[in-house]
Design a protein around this ligand. Sequence first.
Ligand SMILES: [Zn+2]
Length: 471
Amino acid sequence: MRLRILLLTLATAGAIFAQDDVLAHVAAHADRFGEISRQIWENPELGYHETKSSALLQQELRANGFDVKNDLAGMPTAFTATFGSGKPVIALMGEFDALPGLSQKVEPKIDPVTPGAPGHGCGHNLLGSASALAAVAIKEEMQARGLKGTLRYYGTPAEEGGGGKIYMLHAGLFKDVDAVLAWHPGDSNRVNLGSLLANNGGRFRFYGVAAHAAAAPDKGRSALDGAMIMLNAVEFLREHVPQETRIHYIISNGGAAPNVVPAFAEVNLVARNPDAEVLDGIWERIMNCARAGALASGTRMEFVQGTNYSNVLPNDTLSDVLARAMQKAGGYQYTPQEKQFADEIEQTLPGPVRSPGPDKVTTDKSETVGSASSDAGDVSWVVPTAQFIAATFVPGVGAHTWQGAACAGSSIGRKGMVVAARTLALGAVELFEKPEEVAEAHVAFQKRLAGRHWSTRIAADSKPPLDYAVK
Ligand SMILES: [Zn+2]
């Protein structure tokens, strides 16, 4: 407390005072939310099954004076937590789902806590917790300074393929929001005008006729043949699509035994491209490959829609707000033990590591396209949205890896989480202080939209695939 009084005395300029204060609120709650991130990490839950993780965040936000609404848009683990009223409405997003098979201890070598169990390889335990930490700090700053407006935290389930945000968008839960500030765990502290790949995916089911594969193959029509002809055609197609396209798949069912002509086979395929409209054209050609497989094999093909995420529409104004915020927020240093852990993790990575360390903050206007996809992309087509990454992972560590899961449970992860919370808090407070920037963000949003609007293959009246991750 004495230190705080000293700081207040030293703060001569009002602006400095304001800035330092929201960061003081972040600091005051950082340990608590670090502990929450660790609890979520210790109990990794797959998409739409994040019951404990969601409840923990809800409980903490409720205890801090937020009005919590849960079980939204047909998703038991979706929630919103709101503070304040009126305009502007500034939103933060929190994810908390884990990934299958990525169970991992905080160790610099592969060592699952429970072999085959889920783990937080994408750091979503930190994602949800940092946004909640920021929300509490922003709320305290709004109260202390009488800042007008609404602050809302969106607890968004099942980012890893379940598309929780899309169902929240369909339910109109974002319709009054003016700006979204978002982040994702990464291996550096970075704000830019980055995007992510649009994706589309689903299951291609082939139905044939079973027969004895040796005694009566002529009586059979192989569903696996249909799947393989489709995939051969997809492999030829790969040469004739824009090179930044990604097409990846598994044969999720290829029959039961080699001596039975498979009556059923299933291909689970995802395609990606930086541009959702270009992807639409490619997707039609993939559908033709599947139709060709069915035609050639004398089987019937049925398509079941899966994930469909939009690319990210960056927002120039909000990105500037986040860049200023992150420059003030700053990075962090490793302790000697953390440095040793980071060095040992680096030994396990292929190729040279090019990411700067956690003490660096990089902010620029480059329009990079990350190789992943997220339903945050869909939100960015409906509400002005900007996002950034914070260094929760050791340099060179990618998401969806055991190294990512190890970092996400470590003190390095929690330090990166605080960088994220500081950045979000400073950014949101700036927007509440300067509503004219919110208006500018809307103009920038319209400019990027250029007359287009959000579209998705996920039907507005469809139900969230609550069991997609445990099928
Ligand atoms: Zn993620």
